[in-house]
Design a binder for this molecule. Structure first.
Ligand code: ARG
Length: 263
């Protein structure tokens, strides 16, 4: 008798708990604010750009950009999922509303881009450098690139703008514009191209891992600053990102993430 009652009570409690859990888990998407859920935004990136954007052994998109955005998201009460795609597809994806934001080490100080998307406050100062093979003795900077050379960079990037500019000015033989920076570096190591133009912190991270393969030469070519991008007019999301970014800089989280990814 006692036992049967206890069973009934436990069964009822279990059903109640399950109903509660199901309510709590349901609708975990953008309009998930109902039911006490936090909204989830979709971010796109191109993940051959460590330490900003890369993938782990299981294929998850990770990096400084994701850690920083996740910290911002936690602070501001939202969640983010990340998708890897080609760099020149990122802005079109956000413009079309297929993604909410870009987290991709993207230079925010680019007029053509600013006409298409809105950028957050900048979160990392960077610049482009020329990278050559470690044993290259002839190229000591951008002025040593000559009309018989091929130079590579990634499609849609500021590096590609620079390489295309060199080609249009007749300074190099071919602008080799590739989908991934990983492929650019492989082509350099294989001797298919003479140089790669790439963001300095990414070049530095590569050299830190493979010191004997490539080196940076000459001066930094430009100054750029990375920002997160959202669809034009999406001030709701942009305000949250800027508020969270400010908090992360003030509470030391930003510095901890720099320490984690750049050392
Ligand atoms: N900073 C450069 C740009 O804005 C390169 C960014 C490349 N980022 C990437 N995730 N592949 O064009």
């Amino acid at each position: 008798m006692m036992k049967a009652n206890l069973k009934k009570i436990m069964a009822a409690a279990l059903i109640a708990a399950m109903a509660f859990l199901m309510a709590a888990c349901g609708g975990d998407d953008q309009d998930g604010e109902e039911g006490g859920n936090v909204p989830t935004y979709t971010a796109v990136t191109e993940a051959t750009f460590p330490p900003f954007d890369t993938v782990d052994e299981d294929g998850n998109v990770i990096g400084f950009d994701m850690d920083l955005m996740n910290a911002i998201a936690e602070d501001q009460g939202f969640k983010v999922t990340y998708t890897d795609m080609e760099f020149d597809s990122l802005i079109p994806a956000v413009q079309a509303g297929n993604a909410d934001m870009i987290t991709a080490g993207m230079n925010a100080e680019d007029e053509a881009r600013r006409e298409k998307v809105d950028f957050s406050d900048t979160y990392y100062d960077s610049g482009l450098v020329v990278v050559v093979k470690e044993d290259n003795e002839t190229i000591t900077g951008i002025d040593d690139l000559t009309a018989d050379m091929k130079v590579a960079s990634q499609i849609g990037t500021t590096g590609a703008d620079s390489v295309n500019g060199l080609f249009n000015d007749g300074k190099i033989k071919e602008a080799v514009i590739l989908n991934g920076f990983d492929t650019c570096m492989l082509q350099l190591i294989n001797g298919d191209v003479s140089a790669v133009i790439i963001d300095k912190p990414v070049a530095q991270a590569y050299i830190n891992k493979q010191a004997d393969k490539v080196k940076m030469v000459g001066e930094t070519l430009n100054a750029e600053s990375y920002g997160f991008a959202v669809q034009k007019g999406n001030t709701e999301l942009l305000d949250k990102i800027n508020a969270g970014l400010k908090n992360m800089k003030e509470n030391g989280t930003y510095d901890k993430l720099v320490e984690k990814w750049f050392n």
